[in-house]
Design a binder for this molecule. Structure first.
Ligand SMILES: Nc1ncnc2c1ncn2[C@@H]1O[C@H](COP(=O)(O)OP(=O)(O)O)[C@@H](O)[C@H]1O
Ligand SMILES: [Mg+2]
Length: 409
């Protein structure tokens, strides 16, 4: 029973993009890896944090922020999910905007010794957004030259402040892209600028997160990206870590709900160790239990079917709804394959076995490209494809036989 002076314990689980979990399980090696990057005196490696949707990239990046700050770094950045094919100028404005958040706190006294001023009279420079943009606009040359000039000046300020350097953290960075048709190369510009600054030993480090399409995209823009980044691939949690993610948040004195070992194993299995699914299932189980029981107690079984149905409706069906009929045909063929990796040829062969119209190689390639654009599949470094959404194949298989697709989809 809750004592009068104790706050009512509310459901601690947080299924939701970018929502910090009540307990961030695992990820010890990934944090250590980031710590190692923070310790670099000369930035030789930048960070890419990649993995499927819902695996915990955003919240881990958020966890890195205080780590960096306590090591003397400044942290700037933003979420690029709204960024659709920006221009180089947009990219520059983006960087200056983010940078001004930390530089505007710096106001520098300048001893002005020009004629007409009393020696020793001080004027102040405020390094706000307007000042950064002014320098940018007044610098001749290409966007990259202008940006470098501003960043070099900012670097000297950061140095004076006794800070170690600046981290530029960009979430959903797979949205950055060059656009040859419009002669705009924001992604290449970003890479060129940071590579050039890092060669001059300015400690300005990129920390990019995104779907697994991110690194291939960077390498396509600039082949040297492969050497410039340390890629941290976030995977599903191990069983023991999944258990921690489930148990720790409710092992509190006034928490009315406990999960027994059996229920915990079921959650491990159904979630596949994927963080979003863990939060989703735990939240459901918790809510259902609290609604059905007045007293504190132990959950001894999990209504798997109902929860999976809700997961399908809340998480998967929205994504499926945006897929065209022909894309669905391809995805269904893939879902039936025994292997998580697939090739164009395997899909073509599979299409001959299914009742659908068979596909040609070029059609499959085109469809896979559009599915990559939509963030549903990605191509790995061996040239094979995979789903970018965890357990998407199982979702499709669960609904292959639905007679009335429209009902669910
Ligand atoms: N290590 C973790 N332990 C427990 N839950 C986590 C962990 N990492 C992420 N989550 C949960 O998973 C969900 C997805 O996290 P998010 O960072 O948005 O993923 P991504 O950015 O990779 O799509 C959120 O509900 C978050 O609370
Ligand atoms: Mg995210």
């Amino acid at each position: 029973m809750t004592k009068a002076n104790e706050p009512i314990f509310t459901n601690p689980f947080r299924p939701g993009a970018g929502h910090m979990p009540p307990h961030l399980a695992g990820r010890t090696n990934d944090k250590a890896e980031f710590k190692r990057l923070l310790d670099q005196d000369v930035v030789l490696e930048n960070l890419i944090l990649t993995g499927l949707r819902g695996v915990g990239k955003t919240v881990l990046l958020e966890t890195f922020k205080p780590m960096a700050i306590s090591e003397g770094w400044l942290w700037v950045g933003t979420d690029l999910s709204e960024t659709v094919s920006v221009s180089e100028d947009n990219l520059a404005i983006r960087l200056l905007t983010d940078l001004s958040v930390v530089t505007s706190g710096i106001s520098q006294s300048v001893q002005d010794k020009k004629v007409g001023f009393t020696i020793g009279e001080e004027s102040k420079i405020n390094w706000n957004y307007a000042k950064l943009v002014k320098i940018y606009n007044e610098t001749p040359g290409l966007v990259a030259d202008k940006l470098k000039t501003v960043l070099e000046i900012v670097w000297s300020l950061v140095n004076q402040l006794g800070k170690k350097g600046i981290i530029f953290a960009y979430d959903e960075a797979q949205n950055l892209a060059d656009n040859a048709e419009k002669d705009q190369y924001p992604l290449s510009t970003l890479l060129d600028v940071f590579q050039s600054l890092q060669r001059k030993e300015f400690r300005m480090m990129l920390a990019l997160t995104g779907l697994p399409t991110l690194l291939p995209k960077l390498v396509e823009a600039r082949t040297y990206s492969e050497r410039m980044f340390r890629v941290v691939f976030l995977d599903r949690l191990e069983d023991s870590e999944t258990k921690q993610a489930i148990k720790v948040p409710i092992e509190k004195n006034n928490c009315p709900v406990r999960f027994d070992e059996n229920s915990i194993s079921t959650i491990c299995e159904v979630s596949g160790g994927y963080p979003y699914f863990i939060q989703f299932i735990c939240k459901e189980v918790y809510d259902r239990w609290v609604q059905q029981h007045a007293e504190a107690g132990q959950v001894t079984s999990i209504p798997v079917d109902e929860i999976v149905r809700k997961l399908d409706a809340d998480f998967f069906s929205g994504r499926w709804a945006r897929v065209t009929d022909r894309q669905r045909d391809v995805l269904k063929i893939v879902a039936r394959m025994p292997n998580p990796e697939f090739t164009v040829q395997e899909i073509v062969t599979g299409s001959h076995h299914s009742s659908n119209r068979p596909f040609t190689n070029s059609r499959v390639s085109a469809i896979l490209n559009s599915l990559m654009e939509a963030g549903l599949v990605y191509r790995n470094r061996h040239g094979k494809y995979r789903f970018a959404v965890p357990m998407f194949g199982q979702f499709i298989l669960r609904h292959l036989d639905d007679d009335n697709e429209a009902l669910l989809w």
